[in-house]
Design a protein around this ligand. Sequence first.
Ligand code: RFL
Length: 408
Amino acid sequence: MTAPSPLHLNSGSPQRFSVVVVGAGPAGLTVGNILRAAGVDCLVLETETREFIEQRPRAGVIEEWAVRGLERRGLARNLVQRAQTHTECEFRFAGERYRFEYTELTGRHHFIYPQQFLVTDLVREYADVRGGEIRFGVRDVRLNGPESGRPSVSYVCPESGERRVVAADFVAGCDGARGVTRASLPPGRARLARHDYGVGWLALLAEAPPSSDCVVFGMHPCGFAGHMARSPEVTRFYLQCPPGDDPENWSHDRVWAELRERLGAAGAPPLKEGRLIERRVLDMHGYVVEPMAFGRLFLAGDAAHLTAPIAAKGLNLALHDAFLLGDGLVASLTKGEDSGLSRYSAACLARVWDYQEFSQWLAEMYHGTASGDPYRAGAALARLRRLFDSPVAAAWFAEQYLGVRTTG
Ligand code: RFL
């Protein structure tokens, strides 16, 4: 392990860290925290400000194995105290409500904790408690020589406008779907597998308390709709829409009318409405980069694979990668054991593909009804009904939905 060099950054010699982590999302911050807990020196580079990442709303559903993994690494104190736990979900279709009690089938539950709260906890622990170095607002990050024995990362310093170079033993590419680390791979070295679902989801955040004590999925001829609690004051909703649709096409009144229609069912309580504080269209697609490791560069989280939010898996996969990468880097840097890093890509990809396949399965169930194709609509309804009349199908669904089959 190499201690951070006392050299000034613009002295001509690069500063040196054992690990440079590019991106301060859940993946990068978890890796950074694991490294710091083992006394490994590392630097996290982030293009946004600390305030921005601590307020960026995204995911909220965290699987139990992921929470236990955070807990084991001392990273879940607030989460465990403040998160809600969910034990069931509800499907609404053909005007009826169907409760699915997954905890009864598996003994496991979901944690509901907004991603920005988790990021806030992870930044505080990394920078303020474990003394990790982090630079916010960096620009034009570039990765050099990822496959050489001497990789380096350079960036433009927001204060001085000067380019700074940091040498590293390893680089963790945790810079999300639009980052630069994946793009800096030599052409032809990575296989990119992509799947386009052909639909969009209007992602909404409403200043309104949840309208149900659980996640609700509505399968309706007008399109899918979803309801997911985020906190006692804020609820996420989704509305299926054409890919590339303009959020401006969705006025406040149109949004609530569509949500009432698509989530309507006999005996369902009325929706609690509120001001819409986020309205953005997400085109549903997924991708997987294989392998996830190239020389001394290791990709983690959305930088390596994207799962459309259909099955709420992206944050969970980012944490799974981060646990394996953090532990593998610590073993290599502190004990010279490289087996964790050698197995890293294959071990991550097993869960990644499992979750991709489940998202695809679920997508057909959600979108088939509104596909305009009576064959797909009939099959989607059969898929839904099977969950409620086949104990084997129900057990399989519960296992996949909670991610309990593969271990964390
Ligand atoms: P992130 O969170 O995108 O973090 C990457 C970080 O890298 C920074 N960055 C750079 N830094 C340095 N240099 C560069 N060149 C950089 N380029 C970018 C970014 O600013 C950012 O801070 O990736 P990470 O850590 O891999 O985490 C992945 C998760 O954020 C993502 O998978 C989830 O949010 C997906 N997702 C959900 N996942 C779940 O498991 N459950 C859910 O309920 C769920 N709901 C969602 C979601 C994603 C959504 N959106 C916005 C796509 C709901 C939505 C609406």
